[in-house]
Design a protein around this ligand. Structure first.
Ligand code: SAH
Length: 249
């Protein structure tokens, strides 16, 4: 298996593939002033196995197109949709988020939790804007510095991993300069990372390594995640996922 295949394998059979929570998905949703008498069209981009997709489908009147590059995650989401009786509200689409071919102004809401970084925050904002109706909402979570300054070790790690990491005020400026108005901002609390993401992942490490014959590459994937886990526990006061909710002007 390639490293990418191993990363997918590690993330399979889990509730979510990134930090988040049902409460935070709902908090972002409630910031939107949505009509209750209309069916909405929602795109959930980089949906993974659809933790947030299910929450959205349970709380919205409308149809969700859940997009991900990897069919392994979409298969899991389709199973979950069936289990919860939500198949008629959720359709899955296997496609790259930078090669979408939706119609202009097709959606009332574009949702993307912990995924826009794959094509970059500003690039994603620009690319996806056409698909959103004027007055429609975007909700994205994105790695964000939550203090104005920080220790060198964490600064260097993240700047190297994702040079676009920035403070919320700078991210909000990017929203504004790309034709969106901020409706709300908050950042994910540690339970979203620890209880909902790192601990479930840690409990999968052993079976993951066994399944992959304790290969060198499998160990690398585990160790890369352990590095991030340690970094998070040491520096959780300095960074998190910021949740940005904005309206297209
Ligand atoms: N929203 C989910 C998953 C976040 S992880 C959650 O919060 O749990 C990021 C997701 O983006 C993964 O499911 C990954 O498969 C997907 N992804 C990565 N690159 C992508 C691309 N180019 N196009 C579409 N999805 C992509």
């Amino acid at each position: 298996m390639t490293e990418l295949e191993l990363i997918i394998d590690l993330h399979k059979n889990s509730e979510r593939q990134g930090p988040g929570s049902e409460n935070d998905t709902l908090k972002a949703l409630w910031l939107m002033d949505l009509p209750s008498d209309q069916k909405l069209k929602i795109a959930d981009i980089g949906c993974g196995s659809g933790g947030q997709t299910i929450t959205l489908a349970q709380n919205l009147n409308g149809e969700i197109t859940a997009v991900d590059l990897f069919p392994e995650f979409l298969d899991e989401l389709n199973e979950k949709s069936q289990k919860y009786g939500l198949s008629s509200k959720i359709k899955t689409l296997e496609k790259s988020m930078d090669e979408l071919s939706f119609n202009n102004e097709e959606f009332d809401i574009i949702w993307s939790e912990g995924a826009i970084y794959n094509i970059g925050f500003e690039n994603g904002l620009k690319k996806w804007k056409d698909y959103l109706k004027v007055g429609g909402y975007i909700a994205v979570s994105e790695i964000t510095w939550i203090t104005n300054s920080r220790p060198k070790e964490v600064e260097e790690y993240w700047t190297n991993e994702y040079p676009e990491i920035d403070t919320a005020s700078n991210k909000i400026k990017l929203l504004e300069s790309n034709g969106y108005s901020l409706i709300g901002y908050f950042y994910l609390r540690p339970n979203c990372w620890i209880e909902n993401y790192w601990e479930p992942m840690e409990s999968r490490f052993e079976t993951f390594l066994e399944r992959n014959h304790h290969s060198e590459l499998a160990y690398k994937v585990v160790n890369d995640n352990k590095t991030e886990i340690n970094l998070y526990s040491k520096y959780k006061d300095y960074f998190s996922y910021g949740f940005y909710i904005a309206r297209k002007n």
